[in-house]
Design a protein around this ligand. Structure first.
Ligand code: OOG
Ligand code: MG
Length: 252
């Protein structure tokens, strides 16, 4: 549909120019929202970016409550979103970025459709602490469920920490984000659907609904364990996850 392509083009331009756009005037169906997301990603692929995996959204109560949305969503990650561990980001390149503490899975085998937690974890090559940088392209970071799906679920940046043994029990790990040395976000990986592996199970199911699958080599972000925190220039962020280690970046 030409209208869906023009929504995607508008959201892509908002991301590229770091200028917010109004929420969509007409509510999209969920099917059309994911179609816009696919078209939006095509704009990135056309610029030479490469798909590296997917991110899950609204897998914790804290996130659902913060954004007023109560259904899980997913988005696509590209290599253009990767921020080096210990690196820095220029706040001016984003509209109104926020950071959130996550767990990342690296897959060694494809997953799609209905899989058990055991099957999902058997496909995992490694787990890592990760900070997701989300940035809604909508004004005031306000959106409906379908608006945010169309906007690639606010995907913007990913900072990956050290990859750890996939046998590490990630069910209930303490997670703390320090900003400039002070604890700012405190939670547990159990906040992610009771166990982050459930998010991987959900990701396999949800991508299959759109005719896709999780591939070997994919990174899957399980979703934030706490609410997200707005970023300002000149900050130092560090996420420590019990047993998995730490990851961080600076803003300028
Ligand atoms: C949507 C993305 C949600 C998460 O981890 O729950 C998300 C948003 O809050 O803008 O990434
Ligand atoms: Mg997230």
């Amino acid at each position: 549909m030409p209208e869906l392509a023009s929504i995607a083009a508008r959201l892509d331009e908002a991301a590229v120019t770091a200028r917010a756009v109004a929420q969509l005037p007409e509510p999209l169906s969920l099917d059309n929202a994911y179609a816009v997301q696919a078209a939006l990603l095509q704009c990135r692929y056309d610029r030479g970016e490469r798909r590296i995996g997917v991110k899950m959204g609204f897998t914790s109560r804290a996130k659902m409550a913060q954004m007023g949305v109560d259904e899980m969503i997913w988005g696509r990650l590209t290599d253009g979103m990767l921020v080096e561990d210990g690196g820095d980001i220029d706040i001016a390149r984003y509209v109104h970025p926020r950071a959130e503490p996550e767990i990342a899975f690296l897959l060694k085998a494809p997953l799609a459709g209905k899989v058990s937690m055991t099957e999902a974890m058997a496909a995992v090559a490694a787990v890592a602490p990760a900070i997701e940088i989300i940035d809604s392209r909508y004004e005031n970071f306000r959106f409906s469920l379908t608006d945010v799906v169309a906007d690639n679920s606010s995907s913007s940046g990913v900072v990956l920490g050290p990859w750890c043994d996939p046998a590490t029990d990630v069910a209930n790990l303490g997670m703390v984000v320090e900003i400039d040395g002070r604890p700012a976000l405190i939670g547990s990986s159990a906040a992610i659907l009771g166990h982050p592996a459930r998010s991987l199970v959900a990701a396999a199911r949800l991508v299959a609904l759109r005719g896709e699958r999780l591939e070997a080599g994919d990174i899957v972000l399980a979703g934030a364990a706490t609410a997200a925190e707005a970023l300002k220039p000149g900050q130092r962020l560090r996420l420590s996850v019990e047993r998995l280690g730490a990851v961080g970046f600076r803003t300028r």
